[in-house]
Design a protein around this ligand. Structure first.
Ligand code: DC
Length: 222
């Protein structure tokens, strides 16, 4: 049986950085489910579909195929055969993703694909609903969070490093809005699974979080 690790948590908590490191340590595949939702949002955006129009978004879902591949340890996301890794990380697509990921048709499509992947492969999967909905039987579940201020500051530094013109207050506000949308939607809202270990990384280094998760995994595998 495949060994599955689920990591959920709000935007900017460091899930992908940490999941990538843990995957490397364990020689597991890392699956970033946010990228799959982002690829779908990119399709709607390119087609000019209004993200508030659930009917139009749902109808377009049947035109989309999302696939993943792993190249040199990095996940590549394909939208109808096109590698879209370079197009999905903008703030605009992030906002649209948060909106359209509330719809049942969008979630259904990706949830099924995610379960198929996890059934046969040892993997670490991160997202919002992995421990609660996609993989309720995952052997290890982590809920990784950090304060809005910490997450905002991390995002601010990241953007500054890329040379982007940004403002800390606005970034914190965007994060708050995203939390609210992701936590209050009707279907599969972001929440901690009852059996998930809570890790607040506000005052922890990446190495400390990775070490804590590896310890939990070791205990489970014994
Ligand atoms: O992790 P991320 O920032 O790339 O995710 C972008 C959006 O996708 C996030 O705001 C909510 C949505 N998402 C989701 O609803 N369920 C997941 N399993 C992963 C992401």
């Amino acid at each position: 049986m495949a060994f599955n690790i689920a990591i959920d948590g709000p935007a900017g908590a460091g899930k992908s950085t940490i999941a990538r490191r843990v995957a490397k340590e364990l020689s597991f595949i890392y699956v970033d489910t946010g990228a799959m939702y982002r690829a779908m949002a990119l399709y709607f955006w390119r087609k000019g579909i209004n993200p508030e129009d659930e009917e139009a978004v749902s109808a377009a879902c049947d035109e989309i195929t999302v696939t993943l591949s792993n190249e040199k340890g990095e996940q590549q996301v394909f939208l109808n055969g096109e590698n879209v890794n370079g197009f999905i990380r903008t703030e605009e697509i992030g906002k649209m993703t948060s909106q359209v990921s509330a719809y049942g048709k969008v979630r259904q499509k990706l949830t099924q694909l995610q379960r198929e992947m996890a059934s046969s492969t040892d993997l670490i999967m991160d997202g919002r609903d992995i421990g609660t909905c996609v993989l309720p039987d995952a052997q290890v579940k982590i809920y990784l969070t950090a304060s809005v201020e910490t997450r905002g500051k991390r995002r601010f530094l990241e953007l500054q490093e890329k040379g982007a013109d940004c403002e800390l207050g606005q970034i914190c506000e965007d994060i708050r809005l995203r939390d609210e949308q992701d936590m209050n939607r009707e279907i599969s809202p972001l929440k901690r699974a009852e059996d998930a270990v809570l890790i607040d990384s506000s005052f922890m280094s990446i190495e400390e979080v990775v070490a804590q998760i590896l310890k939990i995994v070791q205990k489970c595998r014994r």
